[in-house]
Design a protein around this ligand. Structure first.
Ligand code: PBG
Length: 334
């Protein structure tokens, strides 16, 4: 029931400002808290060496193995439970068959092994999608004008298996092919990975807010066309709920809504309708907007970061993937 239905207060007997007068009272009546426990920190790892900063994402690096391990140490010190790995591979390793995605020694698998060996207590999430390894820039295999579905799912399954063998703790298929959650689940189970959870990027929209991420993984330049044949149209709420229902039926353990702030209504509905642990992705373009405005002095960076993150919690997120995870954790500790 909406909260206002149970509320029958009337002015002047009721003055809601009574409870907002002091910091101590506002703390007592706060409905939401955020803590580093709520954050997943996406990190870029690069092949063969440190590919340097991402111009459209101030403060975000593409790490070599040493840099990655340093970042993981910082995450643990700040109380962040989990990182998410994304690859940057040079053009020479990209093919239309995405062979590098299923190479058990690719930069993701090597990174997973290095992190888990050094920091077994840190959660490591891997992205299951072909775009960083695809000469066509798409999340799936391309034939002519078409992004193939079932053929792509077969490659995604092989990609998921090499990541699972490398020891990742959580897999996030972000590709939006039909049927991939069920296919991954049964393949993982058959291979003995029954305990590996899947976070389905269930409601992923075809968003322009991914542009800085595509700079970071180097998939933007090669992308032919757009991703509208597999990602959701930004205005489609009912279709998003159907996507989520299918992923739940296929065995998703956790759900993700993406992008974040422009899609908080979808997040709330998904959380209420399915009651699964639900993550939100505060995506690269949202991060870039915030940093750009802060750099110009148009927004207060620290307050904007914390306000954004608490709004995700209010809308029902159990955790948020955010490039601002480390700085937010430091702000919360100060
Ligand atoms: C692709 C993928 C994308 C992101 C995560 N995985 C981009 C896309 O769909 O083009 C975007 C994340 C971000 O913008 O921060 N599989």
């Amino acid at each position: 029931m909406p909260a206002q239905m149970a509320f029958s207060g009337r002015f002047p007997a009721t003055r809601l400002r009574r409870l907002r007068q002091s910091d101590w009272m506002r703390r007592l009546t706060a409905e939401q808290q955020i803590s580093p426990d709520d954050f997943i920190w996406p990190l870029f790892v690069s092949e063969p060496a440190d590919a340097g900063p991402v111009p459209s994402m101030p403060g975000v690096l593409r790490h070599d193995e040493d840099g990655l391990l340093r970042a993981c140490e910082q995450a643990l010190e700040a109380g962040i439970p989990c990182i998410a790995l994304f690859p940057y591979v040079p053009e020479a390793l990209k093919t239309t068959t995405c062979d590098e995605a299923v190479n058990p020694d690719n930069v993701i698998c090597r990174s997973v092994r290095a992190v888990k060996q050094r920091f077994p207590e840190l959660g490591v999430m891997c992205d299951v999608a072909l775009d960083p390894f695809n000469a066509d820039g798409h999340d799936g295999l391309v034939a002519g004008e078409e992004v193939l579905n079932d053929e792509t799912v077969e490659v995604l399954v092989r990609q998921a298996l090499v990541q699972a063998e490398a020891g990742c703790d959580l897999q996030g298929p972000s590709d939006m092919m039909d049927g991939r959650i069920g296919a991954l689940r049964s393949a993982l189970d058959k291979a003995g990975h029954q305990r590996l959870p899947i976070v389905a990027y269930a409601a992923k929209f075809a968003s322009t807010f991914y542009a800085p991420f595509r700079d970071a993984v180097g998939s933007g330049a090669s992308l032919k066309g757009d991703k509208k044949t597999y990602q959701l149209s930004p205005g489609n709420r009912a279709e998003a709920l159907r996507e989520v229902a299918l992923d739940v039926a296929e065995g998703a353990d956790l759900l993700m809504v993406k992008p974040g702030l422009p899609y908080l209504d979808v997040l709330r509905e998904v959380k209420d309708a399915f009651a699964l642990p639900t993550f939100a992705y505060h995506v690269s373009g949202e991060y870039a907007m915030l940093k750009a405005a802060a750099r110009k002095g148009w927004l207060d960076n620290d307050r904007a970061v914390l306000e954004s993150l608490i709004c995700f919690k209010r809308a029902g997120a159990d955790a948020v993937l955010t490039y601002a995870a480390l700085e937010a954790a430091h702000l919360l500790a100060s």
